[in-house]
Design a protein around this ligand. Structure first.
Ligand code: PLP
Length: 404
């Protein structure tokens, strides 16, 4: 026996796969995917159980490493990313941990962008204790990535666009560098999601996700995943899942599974609002600088548009007048909002507003922050689905105070 597949046309497109890929329904014929809340699965007889435990027969066995709801989420995400396989994990960080545990050993070397999610930097840095060395390079500087390569480099890790500056990496160029050096390229595709950007189609080997963000899309659960080739998932990641239990709960998988059904329309609608807000912010007298990949003023506008299907994503950052001395002004803009949620999460239908220098990037030294371009006057928006005019009015209140 193998676990059956949904009968879909081979050329089904992304928005169809987002709604339809998963598992065939159970004998009860449910139309919406079921949430299987069970820790183990029953076998018809002892010999079948033995075959299943020996991996000679594919079946659901035990909740630490297999569950039908989790499998549905994995198959759907793999279909969207255009990879053969996917493995769900307890969180985005658990996905990166699985990457390290599954692919790397003491003595190996990693090249990583210095602009990735702060906790990702900490994870790679912490693994120095186990003999893993990581070189951090400027996100957009392709030559710096190339120069950082060593004979023992096994992995390149990029996140594009980055948070909060929306800096973009050239995925195809990094894939070429990785493969020339016998290494693999991993892309954290959290900010674009497969609705806008499919890293594997540009040469990346593995796609990493925090399902917590746009895949769930409504700020409900924590989840993660790795997408890649069948043999890598089956031989490198599944054994880690079995022995180390970085398991995604069926409930969280179910929320992400259902969230993906609206992913493409959410990404488009939220990105449109973000772009409109970015253009509006650029024209505001209280604002010094705006960062969004759709703006022609973005340093990598053309690369971003080519790589992200012409869509900039839903994150916009801006610097209020005063730049580095603008902390009070940034706080005033944030505190004057009544619609936006003051939180660092993103990927929600609710617009979130945050002050990167004192929250998500608060653990960096002032020097590191300035090197990263994150000044005290910076405000980050992760735009949701509220009415655009209400969002403008929400930001106007604070910006009006600054003008006086
Ligand atoms: C949130 C986030 C992560 C970590 O994901 P968790 O689900 O919070 O563990 C990794 N990368 C990026 C870009 C993120 O935004």
């Amino acid at each position: 026996m193998t676990i059956p597949r949904v009968d879909l046309p081979a050329d089904a497109r992304l928005e169809t796969l987002a709604v339809r890929e998963g598992l065939p329904p159970s004998p009860w014929g449910e139309n919406s995917e079921a949430l299987f809340v069970t820790s183990s699965f029953v076998h018809p007889d002892a010999a079948t159980a033995a075959r299943r435990f020996a991996n000679e027969e594919e079946a659901f066995v035990y909740g630490r490493f297999s569950n039908p709801t989790v499998t549905m989420m994995e198959r759907r995400l793999a279909a969207l990313e255009g990879t053969e396989a996917c493995i769900g994990t307890a969180s985005g960080m658990a996905a990166i941990l699985m990457l390290v545990l599954g692919l790397l050993k003491s003595g190996d070397h990693v090249v990583c962008s210095q602009s990735v999610f702060g906790t990702t930097i900490r994870l790679f840095t912490d693994f120095a204790r186990f003999g893993l060395e990581t070189t951090f390079v400027p996100q957009a500087d392709v030559d710096a990535w190339r120069r950082a390569m060593r004979p023992n480099t096994k992995l390149l890790f990029a996140e594009t666009p980055s948070n909060p500056l929306t800096e973009v990496c050239d995925i195809a160029a990094l894939a070429e560098i990785a493969h020339a050096g016998g290494a693999q390229l991993v892309v954290d595709n959290c900010f674009c999601s497969p609705a806008l950007q499919r890293p594997v189609s540009l040469g990346a080997d593995i796609v990493m996700h925090s399902g917590t963000k746009y895949l769930d899309g409504q700020g409900r659960v924590v989840a993660g995943a790795l997408c890649g080739r069948d043999e890598v998932v089956a031989q490198k990641f599944v054994p880690v899942m079995r022995t180390m239990g970085l398991t995604l709960s069926p409930f969280n998988a179910w929320v992400v599974l259902k969230g993906m059904e609206t992913l493409a329309i959410r990404m488009r609608a939220q990105s449109e609002r973000a772009f409109a807000l970015a253009q509006w912010l650029e024209a505001q007298p209280g604002v010094e600088r705006v960062y969004h990949p759709s703006l022609p003023s973005h340093p990598q506008h053309r690369l971003a548009m080519a790589q992200q299907g012409g869509v900039g994503g839903a994150v916009v950052s801006f610097v209020v007048n005063g730049g580095q001395g603008g902390r009070e002004a940034a706080f005033a803009v944030i505190d004057a909002t009544r619609v936006c949620s003051i939180t660092t999460n993103l990927g929600d239908t609710k617009t979130t507003i945050s002050h990167p220098a004192s929250t998500s990037h608060g653990r960096l030294t002032e020097e590191q922050r300035q090197a990263a371009g994150i000044v005290q006057g910076m405000v980050r928006l992760a735009v949701g689905l509220e009415d655009l005019e209400d969002l403008k009015a929400d930001l106007s209140r604070g910006l009006a105070i600054l003008k006086r």
